[in-house]
Design a protein around this ligand. Structure first.
Ligand code: X8Z
Ligand code: ZN
Length: 613
């Protein structure tokens, strides 16, 4: 299971603490807490405590993982309850152990053991208050909000008639070029999050109370403390990275606005103003990949991944095989037979499932799987690489004990598969025989990539900027939606197509807000993947522009990547990034290098335009 899912799992564990009596839970791990407790704790005692903790935790995590898989691939009332119960056990266990572990605070321990004690407190994305009633209330709210998102449908004809799912509405956003039709789909999806608002207000109060009991100022403070530096330093760090990449986004935004004005009219897309959010091809305007046809530098597209896949008549399983073959070409082992038997690659017709793509590591060993509703197109081709990246990372650190069995920071986990997908270039398609010859030189592939990666950056940043402001109380419930749009306009330069009010709850229309999944990881991943790519291309001896590099087939690059993955979370992330790149910092110069040719072109295109908003 990937990072996101694992953290989700722990979140859900908090949901149902009410169902299991604390007596039952305590008896479940009473044996293992029989550590000899001297009056003054010793380092030996701390080591024994941690050793049993990690074994017990793993057991609970595995049980929870299995229930979660069953639930996500067959959602019913009962599978929900079973998964919730298993998750609850994890949540309660971590809370109890984090409390017991205070005994060892201030004790001199070796670096690695002290790191585990610190990680234990950071493990939960949703720490619950110890008050049972409040914990139960928080748990219920968290479940309700994520299910509301999962079940969300927009019924334009009224109740239960011709209702549209997120998948249906997203398809309209991606393919329609009719301003009003797009607006209806955009507004329609946001009707599903309105009822979440009140719940979210209470959720914030209770989650903060839990975080304070764990010793953090608020929940945002806990999330920001997961990066081997103080939270305020981390905040400065993400702002530093954003300032490095902001000029790229502003150029892309400016050009996109010109092209959209040509398509929809300058009255609908005025220059110097934010772009209407529903015209960018994506439900959250988080990338612009689906409006490539409007922005392509060369109209006659020479390289079209969706077209190549469809011409090849490759099926869903075939796409996964092809992505696996990339990892194997780097010298990594093929996925186990059970991966092919147990994964879910397509949307079943006979039951409800969670289609949002995820990767799993059911037994923290070899039971790797992905769960996706694959469509044969370029976007899902990349997402399959993203998911397998999680699986290969999980496999690489499987030798580590529970608290270290994770990526160096959460951005690394999200970056891994995307790094591989950056090597899916025209030359790669020629190499694997999907193309007969190299297409003529063109900026189109670089533009396609920019619409995915550069466009994502401000969104990747702002989702948690909003939550940090909400969790810290800087923004109260009376400004939730207004503040969301303030940030959407400030960072992304977009505006809602219809007026919004505090009756709306637009942040809840994004999965990660409804399901309480931290989001800064994706911003970091977007920076990191280019840094990893640049380092790997150097190792592979690539000559020429960075965007033409593919590490396909390069065993040395594969080994260096795997060496970093094998470090897991055992050491601070600067050690891990240094092992691969020689740098100890996250650094946006790689993404800038990569897109430089496109940036030059965009500046030329924009020279007479009024950029900014
Ligand atoms: O949620 C995801 C992955 C699972 S870790 C499919 N992503 C973010 C999103 O969909 O919003 C990948 C890109 C950003
Ligand atoms: Zn992911």
């Amino acid at each position: 299971m990937n990072n996101i899912t694992r953290i989700n799992l722990i979140l859900i564990a908090s949901i149902v603490c009410i169902l299991t009596s604390s007596l039952g839970l305590h008896s479940a791990f009473a044996d293992t807490t029989k550590v000899e407790k001297s009056a003054k704790p010793t380092a030996d005692e701390a080591r024994t405590f941690m050793a049993s903790l990690e074994i017990e935790l793993l057991d609970l995590l595995i049980a929870s993982e299995r229930s979660e898989w069953v639930k996500s691939t067959n959602i019913t009332y009962d599978t929900d309850m079973l998964a919730a119960r298993a998750n609850e056990a994890v949540m309660a266990y971590v809370s109890v152990k984090a409390d017991e572990a205070r005994r060892f605070d201030g004790l001199k321990l070796d670096v690695s053991l002290r790191r585990k004690f610190n990680l234990l407190k950071l493990r939960l994305s949703l720490p619950a208050p110890s008050d049972r009633a409040k914990r139960a209330e928080l748990a219920k709210l968290a479940t309700e909000m994520s299910s509301m998102y999962g079940k969300g449908k927009f019924c334009p004809q009224g109740e239960s008639k011709d209702c549209l799912t997120l998948g249906d509405l997203s398809k309209t956003l991606a393919t329609s070029r009719d301003y009003d039709e797009l607006k209806e789909a955009w507004v329609g999806w946001r009707t599903t999050s309105k009822p979440m608002r009140e719940k979210f207000v209470r959720f914030v109060e209770l989650a903060n109370e839990g975080a304070r009991e764990f010793g953090f100022g608020d929940l945002g403070d806990l999330w920001k403390s997961r990066y081997d530096m103080p939270p305020d330093e981390f905040e400065k760090e993400i702002n530093r990275l954003w300032e490095q990449v902001r000029p790229l986004y502003e150029q892309l935004h400016c050009y996109a606005r010109t092209r959209l004005a040509a398509e929809y009219g300058a009255d609908k897309v005025p220059s110097g103003k934010p772009i209407p959010a529903h015209l960018l091809g994506n439900m959250w305007s988080q990338d612009f990949a689906n409006i490539f046809d409007l922005l392509a530098p060369e109209k006659k597209s020479a390289f079209n991944v969706t077209g190549i896949l469809q011409d090849k008549k490759i099926d869903e399983r075939g796409i996964v095989r092809q992505a696996e073959a990339f990892f194997v070409s780097l010298g990594l082992d093929p996925l186990p037979a059970t991966f092919w038997e147990r994964s879910m690659f397509t949307k079943p017709q006979d039951r409800e499932v969670v289609c949002h793509a995820s990767a799993w590591d059911i037994d923290w060993l070899d039971d790797l799987r992905i769960k996706m509703c694959i469509e044969i197109n370029a976007e899902d081709f990349t997402t399959v690489h993203h998911e397998l990246g999680h699986n290969y990372y999980q496999r690489a650190y499987k030798h580590l004990s529970a608290l270290f069995a994770d990526s160096a920071n959460d951005g690394f986990h999200e970056a891994l598969g995307d790094t591989i997908a950056l090597s899916v270039t025209p030359a790669y398609f020629v190499d694997i025989g999907y193309l007969d010859k190299m297409p003529a030189d063109s900026l189109n592939p670089l533009m396609q990539r920019a619409l995915d990666k550069i466009a994502f950056l401000p969104f990747g940043l702002l989702v948690d900027q909003w939550r940090f402001d909400v969790f810290s109380g800087r923004v109260g419930p009376d400004q939730y939606n207004a503040h969301w749009w303030k940030l959407r306009t400030k960072y992304q330069g977009i505006a809602p197509p219809v007026s919004r009010s505090e009756k709306d709850f637009d942040p809840g229309a994004k999965y990660h807000v409804a399901a309480n999944v931290p989001y800064t990881r994706y911003f970091l991943a977007t920076i990191l993947q280019f840094q990893f790519h640049r380092a790997l291309c150097e190792i592979a001896g690539h000559k020429g522009p960075l965007h033409t590099c593919s590490i396909y087939g390069n065993k040395e690059a594969g080994k260096r990547l795997n060496d970093m993955m094998e470090m897991g979370m055992g050491q601070p992330w600067p050690d891990a990034i240094e092992a691969l790149t020689g740098q100890r910092q996250m650094d946006a110069t790689a993404i800038i290098d990569y897109f430089q040719p496109l940036l030059d072109w965009l500046e030329e295109q924009n020279k007479d335009a009024v950029c900014g908003w």
